[in-house]
Write a protein that binds this ligand. Structure first.
Ligand code: SF4
Ligand code: SF4
Length: 435
C-alpha cells in the first residue's frame, strides 16, 4: 500500500477504484445522512472563539493553525451549508457553499484521521458545548464510504471482517487462552455455556500484552466468580468505531453483547482499552433501541468494585505513582475515581500530573492514530507534552488503564530513550494479590 500525495504535498490513502467525483458524492451523502437535528444545531453554534485550539495536543505541540479542532469539521460544515441548512438553496445559488472537491477530501484525510485522537479535550473547552470529537468521528463515516481512510485502518477493517479480530483468527482464540493459562500457571475459562461474567479482550492482549489475559483470570478466580472468555464474542476494540465503518461497529458490538446474553451473563467486562469503552458502554444501546440487556463495565470499574467489596486483598506497593488518564475512560467515560481507588488500595501514593482527570492530555495515539504509521511524526510531538508532565510529577511509577495508551507511551519512551516503564493497573493488581 503506497500513500498518494495531494497537489499540496499531503499524503493520503485511497481504497477501491472509484472515480474522484464518485468518492466525493459518497462522502457527501454520508455527511448529509449524519447531520441530524442535534448536529445541525452544533454546526450552527460555533462563534469562532478559537478556544478549542489551545485544548488540542496537536495544535499546542505544533502551533500549526490547521490543527485547530473546529477546522477538522470543515467537510461536515460544508455539507451542512450546501445541502441541509435553512439557507442551503440560497447558498448553492450564490456559490457561498461550494461543492466539496475530491482534492479537499484528500487533504481532510490528514485532519480527520492523522491528527485527531477523538480525545474530546476540545469538546470540554468549547463554550458552546459543541462535541467536536464526536463530529470528527461522524465525519469518518463519510470518509469510509468514499474509500478515503488510512490504509493501515483499512487493513485492520478487512482483517476484522475476515477473522473476527484485527489480531488473530477467531478460531485460534481458544488456543491462545489455553496456552497463556498453561504458560503462566493460571486456570482459564473458555467457551463455557453458562457464566455470570463474559470477559472480552483488546487486540494487543492477543499479541504483546498476553499477560493481561491471565491477569484478568487471576483476579476473577480470586473473587470466585463464574466467568468465561468466549470465541463467539471476545473482540472489544471495535475498529469500526474508529475508522467510520458503521456496519462493522454494529457487528462487533452485537457479537459481544449477544454472546453475553446467550450464556446468561449479567456483566460484560471490557479490557483495558479506552475506545472499547466508548464503543460498547456508550454506543451499544443504539443498536438495540432499548436498554442494553447486560451490564457493560471496564476492567478498571471491575477492579474498583472488587476492591470495594473487601474480597480482593492487595499487597501494599508503598511507592509514589502518576496516572495517565485514558481519554475515553476518564474524560469521555466519566470513570475518574475508579483507577484512583484501585491505586490507593495498592498502597500507591498518587502524584497527580499537572493536568489530571477530565482535563488530562491525550497520549497522542488514540482514535486509531497509533495504528496509522503515517501519523508517527505528529504523534511523537504530542508525546513530548505528556513526557514533560510525567517528569515534573517525579513519581516512582507511571500507571495507566488502557493498553493502547500504554503502547503509545512506550513507543514514545523508546524513541526518546526515556527511562520510564508504563505499568498496567490490571497487571499491578494481579501481581499483588494476597493469597
Ligand atoms: S478530539 Fe482531541 S485530538 Fe481531536 S481535535 Fe479535539 S482535542 Fe484535538
Ligand atoms: S471552542 Fe467551540 S465555539 Fe470556539 S471555535 Fe472552537 S468549536 Fe467554535
Amino acid at each position: 500500500m503506497t500513500a498518494q500525495i495531494t497537489t499540496s504535498g499531503i499524503p493520503f490513502d485511497a481504497q477501491g477504484q472509484a472515480e474522484e467525483s464518485r468518492r466525493r458524492d459518497l462522502a457527501m451523502q454520508a455527511f448529509v445522512r449524519d447531520i441530524a437535528m442535534t448536529n445541525a444545531v452544533q454546526l450552527e453554534a460555533c462563534v469562532r472563539c478559537g478556544l478549542c485550539a489551545g485544548a488540542c495536543h496537536f495544535f499546542v505541540t505544533t502551533g500549526d493553525p490547521k490543527y485547530t479542532p473546529i477546522r477538522k469539521l470543515r467537510p461536515l460544515e460544508q455539507a451542512y451549508h450546501r445541502h441541509v441548512g435553512p439557507f442551503a438553496p440560497l447558498f448553492r445559488l450564490l456559490g457561498i457553499a461550494p461543492r466539496v472537491t475530491a482534492e479537499e477530501l484528500e487533504q481532510w484525510q490528514e485532519l480527520i484521521f492523522d491528527s485527531c485522537t477523538l480525545c474530546g479535550r476540545c469538546t470540554l473547552a468549547c463554550p458552546m458545548g459543541i462535541d467536536i470529537a464526536d463530529l470528527v468521528k461522524q465525519s469518518r463515516h463519510g470518509m469510509f464510504a468514499a474509500g478515503l481512510i488510512p490504509d493501515r485502518l483499512e487493513l485492520m477493517d478487512r482483517t476484522t471482517k475476515l477473522w473476527g479480530s484485527p489480531a488473530t483468527p477467531a478460531e485460534d482464540f481458544a488456543d491462545i487462552i489455553r496456552e497463556t493459562g498453561e504458560e503462566r500457571g493460571v486456570a482459564m475459562n473458555i467457551d463455557k455455556e453458562r457464566a455470570d461474567y463474559l470477559v472480552t479482550v483488546a487486540p494487543a492482549e492477543l499479541t504483546e500484552h498476553t499477560k493481561a489475559l491471565s491477569d484478568a483470570a487471576k483476579v476473577l478466580n480470586k473473587m470466585g466468580y463464574n466467568w468465561t472468555y468466549h470465541s463467539k464474542g471476545f473482540e472489544a476494540s471495535n475498529i469500526g468505531y474508529l475508522n467510520g465503518d458503521i456496519e462493522l461497529q454494529e457487528k462487533m458490538t452485537r457479537q459481544m453483547i449477544d454472546t453475553a446474553v446467550k450464556i446468561g451473563a449479567h456483566t460484560l467486562i471490557l479490557p483495558e482499552c479506552g475506545h472499547a469503552y466508548g464503543a460498547a458502554r456508550w454506543e451499544s444501546a443504539r443498536w438495540y433501541g432499548e436498554k442494553v440487556p447486560v451490564r457493560v463495565i471496564h476492567m478498571t470499574e471491575f477492579l474498583d468494585e472488587a476492591v470495594a467489596s473487601g474480597k480482593l486483598k492487595l499487597k501494599q506497593i508503598n511507592q509514589t505513582a502518576s496516572l495517565h488518564d485514558p481519554c475515553q475512560l476518564v474524560r469521555r467515560g466519566g470513570v475518574l475515581a475508579a483507577p484512583r481507588n484501585v491505586m490507593k488500595a495498592l498502597g500507591l501514593d498518587l502524584k497527580e500530573l499537572a493536568d489530571a482527570g477530565a482535563v488530562g492530555w491525550c497520549c497522542g495515539g488514540g482514535g486509531g492514530v497509533v495504528s496509522n504509521k503515517r501519523a508517527d511524526p505528529i504523534r511523537y510531538r504530542a508525546f513530548e507534552l505528556k513526557r514533560r508532565q510525567v517528569e515534573d510529577a517525579n513519581a516512582e511509577r507511571f500507571v495507566t488503564a488502557c493498553g493502547q495508551c500504554r503502547i503509545t507511551l512506550n513507543l514514545g519512551a523508546n524513541k526518546y530513550k526515556w527511562d520510564k516503564k508504563v505499568d498496567s493497573l490490571l497487571e499491578l493488581v494481579a501481581d499483588n494479590l494476597i493469597d
